[in-house]
Design a protein around this ligand. Structure first.
Ligand code: HOC
Length: 371
């Protein structure tokens, strides 16, 4: 059970003992030699906190609003594929835990429970992550099904014309076990007779099915087929953030896809501030990648994020203890964030500001100016 675990590293370690190697490696690994995977976390550890003391923190409230939805904390759950690889109940268990925690779930289009099954678990604010397939009719159907099932936004992944080279999956010859399938497209896309372009089954599927021609015009196309707000996930540069705002994105997710796509991209936290500045408050900017602690959440908010998303943490919770495990992981984030806020001298999310953090660059500048 997850009762005795006190942090996410312990969840990850236990998940590793519980899952088949192929499944654990799929979730945990990054692309190529995993520079960006390490950086996502290391970059957080180079940011220091500047606490303010003697502030009355007898009442601390971590709740916030995202796209008009009131949630318990600025920690939401990023899309991750194929939860039945982690637990037999799959995304249904994840969804229940996220609703119980009163926060937002982004369901992966590559889920192993259908979006309708997830919606049927009960009330909850959910967004639908989308990959655009070569077959635009199927893509359109998925978007309309998400609307009908009550999803509140479309999160378009923009960093995946092909899957990154994930060497663990190649070595393991990644293949879905018989009890796990690509549920949202079952009966729509035939994945049985695709060209075997990779030793990783998912990479081969992506090669065959994803539309590599996807470009800015398609963002307009997507907006033309749905009334839902469209968030762009996978932006890492000021240039693209500006284009995203011009294209009418309702939000931007600074993300490197959990460092599973292009290696040697920067840690997401290290580019957040420049993106936020470029966007100038026109749309909310979110971040995922490397968030493991309440202090990480606080640092991202201080650098301008409107909220953060965690992917692997919830998968590890699911692997360890199903719905209860995901609940425990989300409770840990809430608890760590509230303690961090109290120790930092802030009572509400709105009070978190730039002066609460010192980046590595600022630290060096401060030292040099004293010499
Ligand atoms: C058609 C194949 O985003 C990941 C997922 C990839 C989903 C592949 C779906 O592993 O990063």
């Amino acid at each position: 059970s997850s009762q005795e675990l006190v942090n996410l590293d312990e969840f990850e370690a236990l998940a590793k003992t519980k899952l088949p190697k192929m499944a654990f490696d799929y979730f945990a690994s990054g692309s190529e030699d995993e520079y960006s995977l390490r950086e996502n976390r290391n970059a957080f550890s180079r940011i220091r906190l500047r606490p303010r003391i003697l502030v009355d923190v007898s009442s601390v409230d971590a709740s916030t609003t995202v796209l008009g939805f009131r949630i318990s904390m600025p920690v939401m759950v990023a899309p991750t594929a194929m939860h039945k690889l982690a637990h037999p109940e799959g995304e249904v268990a994840t969804a229940r835990a996220i609703s119980a925690a009163d926060t937002i779930m982004i369901l992966s289009s590559s889920s192993s429970c259908s979006m309708e099954e997830v919606a049927a678990t009960g009330p909850g604010v959910r967004f639908f992550q989308l990959y655009v397939y070569k077959d635009r009719q199927i893509t359109t159907q998925l978007v309309h099904r998400a609307e009908d099932a009550g999803y509140s936004a479309i999160v378009l992944t923009v960093d995946t014309p092909r899957l990154g080279r994930r060497e663990a999956d190649l070595k393991n010859k990644f293949k879905l076990p018989p009890h796990v399938s690509y549920k949202n497209v079952e009966g729509l896309l035939n994945v049985n007779n695709l060209e075997k372009t990779s030793d990783s089954e998912l990479a081969a599927w992506a090669d065959n099915l994803f539309d590599r021609s996807l470009n800015w015009k398609d963002v307009k196309w997507l907006q033309s087929i749905t009334k839902l707000p469209v968030i762009l996930k996978g932006i890492l540069t000021v240039e693209d953030a500006i284009l995203a705002v011009q294209a009418g994105a309702a939000g931007i997710m600074v993300s490197n896809h959990g460092a599973r796509q292009l290696n040697y991209v920067p840690a997401t936290i290290s580019v957040l501030e420049e993106v936020v500045k470029a966007v100038g408050g026109q749309v909310p900017v979110f971040l995922d990648g490397g968030i493991r602690r309440g202090t990480d959440v606080f640092k991202a908010l201080a650098l301008g994020a409107s909220g953060v998303f965690v992917g692997r943490p919830s998968v590890f919770g699911l692997a360890v203890d199903g719905e209860a495990g995901v609940r425990k992981v989300l409770q840990m984030f809430q608890n760590e964030l509230e303690i961090t806020m109290a120790l930092m001298g802030v009572c509400s999310i709105k009070q978190i500001c730039r002066n609460h953090v010192q980046t590595e660059h600022e630290h060096h500048t401060a030292i040099n100016s004293k010499l």
